[in-house]
Ligand binder design. Sequence first.
Ligand code: HEM
Length: 175
Amino acid sequence: MTATPTARGTRLRLGRDTRRMVLLVHLAASLGWFGADVVLGVLAVTGFVSDDPARVAACYTALHVFAVPVLLTLGLVSLASGLTLGLASRWGVVRTRWVLVKLVINLVLVALVPVLLQPRLAEVARQVRQVDAGLAERLGRIPQDLLFPAFVSGTALLVAAVLAVWKPWGPTRRR
Ligand code: HEM
């Protein structure tokens, strides 16, 4: 990776594979971020509509454990990779409106996580702990086979994303 001065400011130079790598990271983080928001929504709506206190408590606890670290990490990785792609392409970071709007969306959403979401989730999780302090001990550890789906599906989707960016192997025999 090198930086070259141009008439329109300094432009990063990335080799083809490095650019693809950064694009892959950007796609995985940005769309993974959207996926995390879907999970966040499902947990929040379930916690909101359910009449079963154990299920509501589980949703709140899950939200507290997962939302802040996942959303912050994916948001910051999307930001860093997006800035790199912008600086290394004709799109720039503030040169084109579609990139600038994405930058603003990204910065606002990332800032909202520690400012609004984190304190609210910490408060809700504290309430849940007060309601039933012994619940975690009674439930015990999650069954081991439930550890695999996220790993298997996550790896397969990553392979699909690599194929989408690199497009290897050429055509099949059936044209
Ligand atoms: C807000 C969350 C974001 C989402 C959901 C997102 C999504 C995407 C997607 C799906 C693409 C692929 C487009 C394509 O190849 O046709 C892309 C490319 C790109 N993104 Fe983002 N992005 C986000 C944030 C950012 C940020 C913050 C920046 C920079 C400040 C940025 C800069 C770029 C650039 C320059 C490309 C083009 C890469 C290239 O083809 O050369 N993105 N983004």
